[in-house]
Design a protein around this ligand. Structure first.
Ligand code: NIG
Ligand code: FE
Length: 386
């Protein structure tokens, strides 16, 4: 057994109702970690020092739960900076660019993909993310999707089979034959390496009927359901996600009033990805509208080479405050507890007794600085239970 007391915490955000307000705040706080779990939090003056083998003094820094990034696409090769540059000059985003990443990824060796993935994981960690999901979706053959998931599984248990990202060029004339492949041999090969199944349910990708078929097939193999929907325009993807009790429906850029009501009445989390609107010039969705209606909101990076090439949850928090209508406290909640809900996890995203002792130490006196000081590397240390 090892026990470490982290003390001298200027502001400790726990989301523990035993402490103050919605954030479960403790000022001048301390946290006792035992074998990778939170054993106790409270005022430093009351800390159980006698139970600790080691004491770490944090000199007034703020501590927040580690960020939970519930939506990334980190296994890929190639570069699409020219596409971004053209978009910033006025060209619209189309999901067509996905196919260029697919071509580069199919060419890449496992070692090259693993090396790049490791670099992204280091970026996530340096920016306070302690739990993250990784999707496949840039292979689109049985062998490539299987290998992307195998590589993803080396870095996280939250792996998502996204064989239905787009229809690959070799099936352009017969998309339903591709769907047959996805629900048949591809699912057989991928299900053992995946926790989740996802579909890009959007005009130009997969129809609602195709999406239902794919998601239902995945669910019948024990995979949890997640959906990409309403990114480029309104559609029936949110309705489908709620119908299938998806853990999360992601993007939600173009929601109807009915979508908002459905989400509010469901256990499906609306995961907003403001890095996408930043990088595609689409309008930002309103997290305020969703929260006010009673829906659970998460924010995630969607880190991918096309629509959102950021791995930074602090950047997404700043966007959520400035552009999605959240307060700094609500944005932090969406980046921690919200992400945990989107992954149906109760052991991360908060620092209540029993939680994983995963947290970010900020070079700042409070969580507000995450949005107040955008672009500044405020995470001075990330602690993650092994
Ligand atoms: O989540 N929407 C579909 N998939 C990704 C974009 C992938 C890409 O452009 O390469 C997304 O935004
Ligand atoms: Fe995505």
């Amino acid at each position: 057994m090892t026990a470490t007391l982290f003390t001298g915490i200027g502001e400790l955000v726990t989301f523990d109702p035993a402490h103050e307000g919605d954030l479960g705040l403790v000022t001048d706080g301390a946290l006792l970690e035992v074998d990778g779990r939170v054993a106790w939090t409270g005022p430093a003056s009351a800390a159980p020092r006698e139970d600790a083998d080691a004491v770490e003094e944090l000199d007034g820094a703020a501590v927040v739960p580690g960020f939970v990034d519930a939506h990334t696409h980190l296994v890929f090769a190639g570069d699409r900076s020219a596409e971004f540059e053209a978009r910033m000059a006025g060209r619209p985003y189309t999901a067509g660019g996905i196919r260029s990443t697919v071509a580069a990824t199919r060419e890449a060796s496992d070692a090259a993909l693993r090396g790049r993935l490791g670099g992204f994981v280091a970026e996530l960690h340096a920016q306070g993310t302690t739990t993250f999901e990784v999707k496949s979706g840039y292979g689109l053959t049985v062998a490539d999707e299987e290998r992307l998931l195998r590589l993803a599984r080396e870095v996280t248990d939250e792996t998502t089979f996204l064989g239905a990202h787009v229809v690959p060029p070799e099936f352009a004339d017969d998309p339903d034959a591709y769907v047959d492949l996805v629900v048949g041999p591809m699912l057989d090969a991928c299900a053992p390496h995946a926790t989740w199944i996802d579909v890009f349910c959007e005009t130009g990708a997969f129809t609602v009927e195709q999406s239902r078929r794919i998601l239902t097939a995945g669910a019948s193999r024990g995979l949890g359901v997640r959906v990409h929907a309403s990114q480029l325009g309104p559609g029936a993807g949110v309705q489908l996600a709620v119908e299938l009790d998806a853990a999360s429906v992601d993007h939600c850029t173009y929601l109807t009033d009915d979508d908002v009501e459905r989400l509010a009445a469901s256990a499906t989390v609306a995961t907003l990805l403001p890095g996408v609107e930043f990088s595609t010039r689409h309008p930002y969705p309103s997290a305020r509208r969703l929260r006010d209606a009673g829906a659970t909101v998460a924010i995630a990076s969607d880190c991918n080479p096309g629509s959102s090439f950021t791995s930074s949850m602090p950047f997404c928090i700043a966007l959520a405050v400035r552009e999605l209508g959240l307060t700094p406290a609500e944005a932090l909640e969406a980046a921690t507890l919200g992400g945990a809900a989107a992954l149906r996890r109760d052991d991360v995203g908060h620092l209540r007794p029993g939680a994983r002792a995963d947290f970010a130490v900020l070079a700042a006196p409070s969580h507000v600085h995450l949005a107040y000081r955008p672009g500044v590397p405020l995470v001075s240390r990330t602690v993650r239970a092994s």
